[in-house]
Design a protein around this ligand. Structure first.
Ligand code: PMP
Length: 364
């Protein structure tokens, strides 16, 4: 099946495919944004049109996720990776310890960064099982007095996902980079949520931070300004020049999701899409092996392996020839990774499932 304008089906893990509707809108605005006479890329971040873009993006994200009033929504730079350091620098004080629940490579990176800052407790570590599962949160021995508990709701490389919001006594911090706005979440369970934009929200360059007011108050008085959540909140994400274009694009994506049934609509589509591929994996168990155990399977990143490296290489080559692009798995898992975020079309999943059947039949 052809995509418009000969676009390929882009299974990249991020940056990744964006809705064609959104790209069309951006194209329309590119030379002259709503009659202002310039593009969003050329506008002062202090100008009225950009202030309106930022305010609308924040309002729409609040609406999508039902963000309560006692939370600030920030648009920052430095990627989710900066949050790995910024969170402990701001919230892991002397004499405190933070709990880390590590279910994949990204959680591990966050844990390593926190270790440079202060005391941590590796409350759960899935490394021994090559991160193919997620634990039930209520079975993890957490410290109720921890400065915070950190976890990754969806591990992009390993393709494992928590499918419900945990309840914890200590403040809960979640890296939601690869599944934010893909399903409803109860924001009130979290002290802080952060997510890089380049999977479900827009292009790379902006990181969303949703942070509860009481956590903000815990930032030490002397903090480097650029690393100080309080300062970013006080300045409405305009302490320094924000990534204007990326924020504008996120705003268009938020409107797109709102037009298409909100996060509940996105979840329904994501369940269907991922089911198509998982069913194909399960239908040829001698040929395809899913990496994640069933209950931890991600709706965003479907990871699986083939019987050997030669078949994997042939699969990738033939897939690319049929416009199924970006399917190579991360080296730590090997095999195939199909990243099928919100904007990835259903017919792309159908095309992959069909290709998988044909490939398995031919090579079994
Ligand atoms: N967390 C997760 C879950 C990710 O998938 C990624 C990027 N793939 C990151 C953090 C790091 O994001 P960035 O490259 O924007 O720093």
């Amino acid at each position: 099946m052809n995509q418009p304008f000969d676009r390929v089906f882009n299974f990249s893990a991020g940056p990744c495919t964006l809705p064609v509707e959104v790209l069309e809108e951006a194209k329309e605005d590119l030379l002259n944004y709503k009659g202002v006479g310039m593009s969003v890329m050329e506008m002062s971040h202090r100008s009225k049109p950009f202030e309106a873009i930022l305010a609308q993006a924040e309002a729409d994200l609040r609406k999508l996720l039902g963000v309560p009033n006692n939370y600030k929504v920030l648009f920052l730079q430095g990627g989710a990776s900066l949050q790995f350091s910024m969170a402990p620098l701001c919230f892991l004080g002397a004499g405190q310890s933070a709990d880390y629940v590590v279910t994949g490579a990204w959680g591990e990176k966050a844990y390593e960064a926190a270790n440079l800052v202060g005391a941590t407790n590796l409350a759960y570590d899935g490394k021994g099982i090559n991160y193919n599962d997620v634990p039930k949160f209520d079975t993890i021995p957490l410290n109720p007095n921890a400065a915070y508990v950190h976890f990754t709701s969806n591990e992009t490389i390993h393709g494992v996902q928590f499918h419900s919001d945990p309840t914890t006594e200590a403040p809960l911090i979640c890296d939601m980079s690869s599944d934010i706005i893909s399903r409803p979440v109860d924001v009130s369970k979290y002290a802080m949520i952060y997510a890089g934009a380049q999977k479900n929200m827009g292009p790379a360059g902006v990181t969303v931070v949703i942070i509860r007011d009481d956590l903000l108050e815990k930032v030490p008085a002397k903090m480097h300004p650029i690393l100080d959540y309080r300062l970013h909140a006080k300045n409405g994400s305009m302490y320094n020049t924000p990534p204007c274009w990326s924020i504008y694009m996120c705003g268009l994506v938020y409107k797109y999701i709102l037009r298409h049934g909100g996060v509940a609509g996105a979840q329904e589509r994501n369940l269907w899409k991922s089911k198509l591929i998982y069913q194909t994996i399960d239908g040829a168990p001698e040929f395809f092996k899913g990496h994640a155990v069933h209950h931890a399977r991600s709706t965003m990143n479907v990871t699986f392996t083939l019987p050997n490296d030669e078949l994997t290489a042939a699969f990738l080559k033939e897939a690319e020839a049929t416009h199924l692009d970006g399917l190579k798995g991360h080296r730590s898992v090997g095999g195939i990774r199909a990243s099928i975020y919100n904007a990835f079309p259903l017919d792309g999943c159908q095309a992959l499932a069909k290709f998988m059947w044909e490939f398995a039949t031919k090579h079994a």
